[in-house]
Design a protein around this ligand. Sequence first.
Ligand SMILES: Nc1ncnc2c1ncn2[C@@H]1O[C@H](COP(=O)(O)OP(=O)(O)OP(=O)(O)O)[C@@H](O)[C@H]1O
Ligand SMILES: [Mg+2]
Length: 270
Amino acid sequence: MAKVVVITSGKGGVGKTTSCASIGTALAMQGFRTVLIDFDVGLRNLDLVMGCERRVVYDLINVLSGEAKLSQALIKDKRLDGLYMLPASQTRDKDALTLEGVEEIINELKEDFDYILCDSPAGIERGALLAMYFAEEAVIVTNPEVSSVRDSDRIIGLLDSKTRMAEQGQAVPSRLLITRYNPERVEQSEMMSVKDIEEILAIPLVGVVPESEAVLKASNQGIPVVHDQESDAGQAYSDMTARFLGEERDMRFAEIEKKGFFSRMFGGRR
Ligand SMILES: Nc1ncnc2c1ncn2[C@@H]1O[C@H](COP(=O)(O)OP(=O)(O)OP(=O)(O)O)[C@@H](O)[C@H]1O
Ligand SMILES: [Mg+2]
């Protein structure tokens, strides 16, 4: 029976889709059957980041409106067994997106998968509420800036009130994923620190992903950055997923890397 996890943030452009693709990939690498659902109807980005945009035939809206079966719309990842995605529609027709329809899809997927990751659209309106409604766990993606932290705070409030678990009197376990983190800029007081964000949001930290050129490069190639284990962001997503699964790992990338003796003497890559 799958666990439903929403990747959400409130604010747009903070790295939800990037994170969803890499967490899903990392879970599948660990052998978990994982399906990613793109709830961003109208924009549709997850298929690009996963590199399967050319294989999209049917989408979430087609399934919801009965034009296609779920099995016809699911796209199997070309790199990993046990990883699938359900793309969003690029049409603006969001009327078919109903709670009952989404529930049916999630129930069907639950039979077959270990994890269902819901990539939420930005905002705090219908699409975002639908993406979170059936969540049994949440990853709150936050950038180290005031507006992102404030929106994450609002989303945490909604998880506590507008989800099925909340209606049943339970809290959705939520964890904080800080992305696009730049310790140098934190040091210069241009960005909020991990500690500041943790204090304000008061949910457990599951990972810190640095601002990294590797992310853009990977998404342009349609390869989730976690496949690039040479990169800082790729390693950060591996660590994060391991923590998500209960492992303890050092929080790398949260502080300015202190150069060791040899690299100070001879230079070297940071
Ligand atoms: N760690 C990172 N380092 C550098 N760039 C990043 C990082 N994470 C995400 N980005 C870039 O930020 C942009 C937004 O990322 P992404 O699409 O994942 O955000 P989103 O929260 O899903 O956006 P939306 O709210 O529009 O759905 C992309 O161009 C992505 O490549
Ligand atoms: Mg997105």
